[in-house]
Design a protein around this ligand. Structure first.
Ligand SMILES: C[S@@+](CC[C@H](N)C(=O)[O-])C[C@H]1O[C@@H](n2cnc3c(N)ncnc32)[C@H](O)[C@@H]1O
Length: 208
């Protein structure tokens, strides 16, 4: 049984927060499903996988799926999930680039998912990761989320207090392209949330 840390309530208990995490996971699922449908030999790796259950939602039956996270989190996953030949767990930092050498097959069949991860890295670490990916795994596809805003926002300050400071922010997608990635698709999480107005609590009032 996992204990719930009440300090996390502010990030998970509100209905908007719950909607946002669910919509984010759904958007990543959709991108993953599209990729898998068009790459029969796909290999997927989730960086900073946490306790993601995406493999069970969309990845079963495909060739190879890896979950990478820091040793402490991978130990926790091993208590809750079972590693198989097709579903492997890697206990290391995404910034220890040796994982890139362990991936079988053609990088053009490689999908790298980084959901809720890169914003915790410093910008130079994100740049280094991208440089290494381009160098070692040319043709791979990276799907990730990035934050606008600044470290002065309320949410960023709350996360910093919890010991998980946000470090990487972008102004717009041109910042991503400038880091050396060819963008194939960009989606706004806020706009995606708006597809579910009944969950956000949208109120429309007439003042007439
Ligand atoms: C906000 S959680 C996201 C988890 C999961 N991707 C999801 O969306 O549910 C961030 C995860 O990144 C992991 N993480 C932090 N720094 C990391 C690093 N340097 N390398 C790999 N994982 C890291 C944390 O342990 C945590 O599981």
């Amino acid at each position: 049984m996992l204990q719930w840390d009440p300090e996390l309530d502010i990030f998970y208990s509100g209905s908007l927060a719950q909607l946002t995490w669910a919509v984010r996971a759904h958007l990543f699922d959709q991108v993953t499903q599209r990729y898998l449908a068009s790459h029969q030999e796909a290999i997927t790796i989730e960086l900073g996988a946490g306790l993601s259950t995406r493999y069970y939602r969309v990845g079963q039956g495909y060739r190879y799926w890896l979950e990478l996270d820091l040793p402490e989190i991978t130990t926790l996953r091993r208590q809750l999930d079972t590693e198989t030949d097709h579903h492997r767990f890697l206990a290391q930092s995404a910034l220890d680039f040796t994982w890139m050498d362990e991936l079988p097959g053609n990088p053009e069949n490689l999908l790298i998912i980084a959901e809720g991860l890169l914003m915790y890295f410093e910008e130079n670490q994100v740049q280094h990761l991208i440089d290494q990916l381009r160098h070692r795994l040319p043709g791979a596809t990276l799907v990730f989320d990035a934050l606008g805003g600044t470290s002065n926002s309320k949410g960023a300050k709350q996360l910093a207090q919890l010991g998980a400071p946000l470090n990487w922010f972008i102004k717009n997608e041109q910042d991503i392209a400038a880091m050396g990635l060819s963008l194939t698709s960009v989606q706004s999480l806020i706009q995606a949330n708006c597809r579910y107005p009944h969950r956000i609590g949208f109120f429309v009032g007439s003042l007439g």
